[in-house]
Design a protein around this ligand. Structure first.
Ligand SMILES: Cc1cc2nc3c(=O)[nH]c(=O)nc-3n(C[C@H](O)[C@H](O)[C@H](O)COP(=O)(O)OP(=O)(O)OC[C@H]3O[C@@H](n4cnc5c(N)ncnc54)[C@H](O)[C@@H]3O)c2cc1C
Length: 329
């Protein structure tokens, strides 16, 4: 089912997590007509409590999203659509001018409705991608059962609760050493599992050994536990190393398939590269939140980034209307 195109919007925001909601709030307060399109698959859906968001420490991440959406939707120029964006197509200059966009830049954004909502189509002067990251956990059968409770990915978010416990760090990427150092602030009873990957260099292993952290290079078979409690990491040779929880470094994917074959610059991890203004390598398309480096990937950083990029987007559109470009930015 497809809807009639609505009134053109200033910004179509793809993703209604803390980054998108925060940008949306600032932009409706700047008297802009704004659409947030959200597929309701937040990264932290595996967890019941979020930490470190000032005034909301310990709150449920779903509650944070609910409050954010409520505040955004209280403004008359706000639209929140439950849909998966499938396509972002640049308008021609004539189409953009025809839509009332004075600088000739614009986009058509189409999405498929979810949970009984209609399909959506927005014509927008600018696009803000705040779609977060999708995570690929290592393929151990039971890892999902402990992810978000015993095993986490964000050390800044969940390290405190793990103080002095026997911990695992599971990771096959080159940032595992730095993560191990970060975790050592919470517990020195730490085993780094590389699952057979050659990602911790011998001199790094020596440095870790000096602070009591060992590196286990044998492949992992699974995470083991009793009921909801994680009790260890079982290796492929059958031995079990007792651990009550810890951290895993998932592989991340920036979900921007809706751009089709429009090239967009990424960094070595696949995250979307943006300028100081928050604009991607596609003119008029901005990005914010977990999907852009450098992190840390936290709710408050995503929300702060959203407010910052909103100010830049607003100024970009003011200058675009006056024909003065971004020269003084
Ligand atoms: C298990 C876990 C626990 C965490 N705990 C904490 C914590 O305690 N404290 C903390 O500060 N941080 C925590 N984090 C990190 C925090 O969740 C992220 O930093 C934060 O959610 C990033 O916000 P975001 O707005 O960039 O992305 P997200 O919150 O992931 O939101 C992105 C939104 O975009 C939507 N989307 C994606 N693609 C499309 C599309 N094509 N069309 C429409 N919508 C789309 C998704 O459905 C989602 O709703 C945790 C993360 C995980 C994985």
């Amino acid at each position: 089912m497809s809807e009639e195109p609505r009134l053109p919007v200033g910004v179509a925001i793809i993703g209604g997590g803390p980054a998108g909601l925060s940008a949306g709030l600032q932009l409706v307060r700047a008297n802009r007509r704004i659409a947030i399109i959200d597929s309701n698959r937040p990264r932290h859906s595996a967890t019941l409590q979020s930490h470190g968001f000032l005034t909301r420490d310990g709150a449920s991440p779903l509650e944070l999203r609910r409050l954010g959406r409520e505040e955004f939707e209280a403004y008359p120029t706000a639209t929140f659509a439950q849909a998966v964006v499938r396509e972002v197509v640049p308008l021609t200059r004539d189409e953009a001018i025809g839509a009332g966009f004075p600088d000739g830049i614009g986009f058509r954004v189409r999405g498929t409705g979810i949970r009984g909502s209609s399909d959506v189509e927005f014509v927008a002067r600018r696009v803000l991608i705040s779609a977060g990251l999708t995570e690929e956990l290592p393929p151990f059968p039971m890892i999902r059962a402990y992810y978000g409770t015993a095993l986490h990915s964000c050390v800044e978010c969940d390290g405190f609760e793990k103080t002095d416990k026997p911990l695992a760090l599971i990771g096959e990427t080159s940032d595992v050493f730095a993560r191990a150092l970060l975790i050592s602030r919470f517990s020195s009873d730490l085993v780094v599992f590389t699952n057979g990957a050659d990602t911790v260099r011998p001199e790094q292993e020596r440095q870790l050994a000096e602070i009591g952290i060992s590196v286990e290079r044998r492949p992992i078979d699974d995470i083991v536990g009793e009921k909801a409690e994680m009790t260890g990491v079982r290796l492929a040779d059958g031995s079990v190393i007792p651990r009550v929880g810890g951290f895993v470094r998932p592989r991340w994917h920036a979900p921007v398939e809706f751009l089709g074959d429009q090239p967009i610059e990424r960094d070595e991890w696949g995250l979307i590269v943006v300028s100081d203004r928050g604009e991607t390598s596609i003119r008029g398309v901005y990005a914010v939140g977990d999907i852009v480096p450098p992190g840390p990937q936290q709710l408050i950083i995503a929300a702060g980034g959203g407010a910052r990029v909103a100010a830049r987007l607003n100024m970009d559109m003011i200058r675009g209307a006056l024909g003065v470009g971004m020269i003084d930015d």
